[in-house]
Design a protein around this ligand. Structure first.
Ligand SMILES: Nc1nc2c(ncn2[C@@H]2O[C@H](COP(=O)(O)OP(=O)(O)O)[C@@H](O)[C@H]2O)c(=O)[nH]1
Ligand SMILES: [Mg+2]
Length: 425
């Protein structure tokens, strides 16, 4: 069966884009074209220097993954900072490179825990707050507060004075904080013994205590996230991730999105959306390159550029959805489902080494006619692209290949998550 079928093109035709979306897309894409310095790429191509042109494109794409993001995790000793860090990185407390948990805290200096695939995204385990001589302003100087994009304050019990002082001081330093109340599972199971047990009432009471504490120091409409690092699918964990993403600047949002472990259907969906936004840009880049009006840029050269773009982006998809063997092994361990059962639901052709050969196979396996239909469809959608006639096929090819590969991986990731959950009931 061809990888790209004409039915899939027809389906895409049903997806009408609104005028508003189109306008936003045009703005985004204009910014994008400015930021990658298309002229430099065109210049390299004009000098028949394909290696340099591809290098420049690669540089740009990889630069997106090199964005720095530093998140500080603070709170009293024993509040669950290290456990939260491990959960947020998608690793177990006993895994290699995990933050040590359940031990008497000896951390005197901030310790960074980078994401393996995105080492520039780091969670920092900060020394405990609330010791008898604790002074929030000195503490923030000691931990070099400027370094962090934002803080997560974790409390495992009542809202205390040290939380208030720290939150106040963070705001004074013009930084943002998120207030997390941890170990909610423990509260719930302790209260379950009571005859009058009502889960919602307990959650409301815990939330109210923290909100009132924050309001007393002048925080307007405070938001408190109730979480259990042992049961991430419950309570506010997803809401916390979503809020952090939304409030980050655009370029940082993308890398956080990619780095987060794919642990729920919600995050699966958000990752898909973030990556979809990039597809337009990459397809456009490919079209611009193909439209360079020089005789030397024949179809095969244009294909080289497309292949380079596709290899980088498809690798990124593969990692973003935690479908690599090590991630599947971890999920198997957490869920108790044999890893072979998880692997059995994988259907995408991308579960092999993603390289130039695989991409060429995907492209040549596709029906040429289907791609042409797709190209015409996209040209109709974006009037500005009409002038890039030579690039039209390239645009359609890249767009459709990325879109179909992304959809395939998203479906696989969703099925893996569902398979993992099914085992535990
Ligand atoms: N029930 C429960 N226990 C937790 C949770 N988070 C941490 N703990 C436990 O609380 C203890 C202290 O956690 P740790 O992460 O070492 O705290 P830290 O000193 O703030 O780094 C450990 O025994 C953890 O297993 C949670 O969400 N639920
Ligand atoms: Mg610790």
């Amino acid at each position: 069966m061809p990888f790209l079928s004409s039915t899939s093109c027809a389906k895409m035709g049903e997806n009408q884009i609104t005028a508003e979306e189109m306008e936003q897309l045009t703005l985004d894409n204009n910014d994008f074209l400015k930021s990658i310095n298309v002229n430099k790429i065109k210049e390299a191509l004009a000098h028949e220097d394909l290696t340099s042109a591809v290098g420049k494109i690669k540089d740009y794409l990889e630069q997106q993954d090199r964005v720095e993001l530093n998140i500080a995790i603070t709170g009293e000793s024993g509040s669950g900072k290290s456990t939260f860090i491990n959960a947020f990185r998608g690793i177990g407390d006993e895994d290699e490179d995990s933050a040590e948990t359940g031990v008497v805290e000896t951390t005197k200096v901030p310790t960074p825990y980078p994401y393996k695939k995105y080492p520039n995204v780091k969670l920092w385990d900060l020394p405990g707050i609330g010791t008898p001589n604790f002074k929030a302003d000195e503490y923030l100087q000691q931990v070099e507060f400027q370094r962090y994009d934002f803080f997560i304050i974790i409390a495992s019990d009542r809202f205390r004075e040290c939380h208030a002082h720290l939150a106040e001081e963070i705001v004074k330093m013009h930084k943002r904080f998120y207030f997390v109340r941890s170990k909610i599972d423990a509260n719930i199971s302790a209260e379950k013994r009571k005859k009058t047990f009502n889960e919602q009432r307990i959650l409301d009471a815990i939330r109210k205590d923290c909100i009132e504490g924050l309001e007393r120091i002048g925080v307007k409409s405070p938001v408190v996230f109730l979480i259990s690092s042992f049961e991430l699918a419950l309570y506010d964990f997803n809401h916390l991730e979503e809020t952090m993403e939304r409030e980050l600047p655009q370029h940082k949002r993308h890398v956080l999105m990619l780095a987060l472990p794919n642990i729920s259907l919600e995050i699966n969906e958000r990752k898909k959306k973030a990556l979809e936004k990039n597809i337009w840009k990459l397809a456009l880049l490919s079209a611009v390159v193909a439209a360079v009006p020089i005789p030397v840029l024949n179809a095969s050269l244009s294909l080289t550029v497309d292949t380079a773009i596709l290899v980088i982006e498809l690798k990124r998809y593969y990692h973003a959805f935690s479908l690599d063997p090590a991630s599947l092994q971890r999920l198997s361990y957490r869920s108790g489902k044999p890893v072979d059962d998880l692997k059995a639901v994988l259907k995408s052709p991308l579960h092999k080494e993603i390289n130039k050969d695989l991409v060429i196979k995907l492209l040549t396996g596709s029906s040429f006619a289907a791609l042409e239909v797709a190209a015409e469809y996209f040209l109709g959608l974006i009037p500005a692209l009409g002038s890039l006639a030579a690039g039209s096929l390239s645009f359609g090819t890249v767009y459709l290949t990325l879109k179909l590969c992304l959809d395939g991986l998203v479906t696989d990731a969703r099925n893996v998550l569902i398979a993992a959950v099914q085992s535990s009931v």
